[in-house]
Design a protein around this ligand. Structure first.
Ligand code: AMP
Length: 110
């Protein structure tokens, strides 16, 4: 499935990209829910966390470590932040290309 995130990866549509390497891309969420709200996505399209398997283990770990590094880079690491992945309709997933939300810069509550 070709999602809007594939179009961001291929630069067909613009995004405010904050980090890129051979495996992942990170960019600002278009509708931020916190002062820092980045999305970390794999360049490889995986629709949902349900579709991930052992082959993707290192990639998923790399996404988490990228989130932590971006939190440090933006100065929110010590105060704290949230990393979230939504899965399917009940989980609130809207874009079917897995992504981590990195949110911080204010107290997020429960
Ligand atoms: P989710 O509900 O977990 O699938 O999250 C999808 C996220 O993608 C939402 O927070 C949207 O605001 C964000 N989003 C959708 N389109 C774009 C876009 N073109 N650029 C940046 N963020 C986007």
């Amino acid at each position: 499935m070709n999602t809007i995130f594939d179009k961001i990866i291929s630069r067909e549509i613009p995004a405010d990209i904050v980090y890129e390497d051979e495996l992942v891309l990170a960019f600002k969420d278009i509708a931020p829910k916190a002062p820092v709200h980045y999305l970390i996505i794999p360049k490889q399209a995986i629709a949902t966390l349900n579709d991930a398997n052992l082959e993707h283990q290192a990639l998923l770990g790399h996404m988490m470590l990228t989130a932590a590094q971006l939190a440090k880079d933006t100065g929110i690491a010590d105060g704290g932040y949230r990393v979230q992945m939504n899965c399917n309709a009940d989980g609130g997933q809207v874009v079917y290309h897995i992504h981590l939300h990195l949110m911080g810069g204010r107290a997020l509550g429960t």
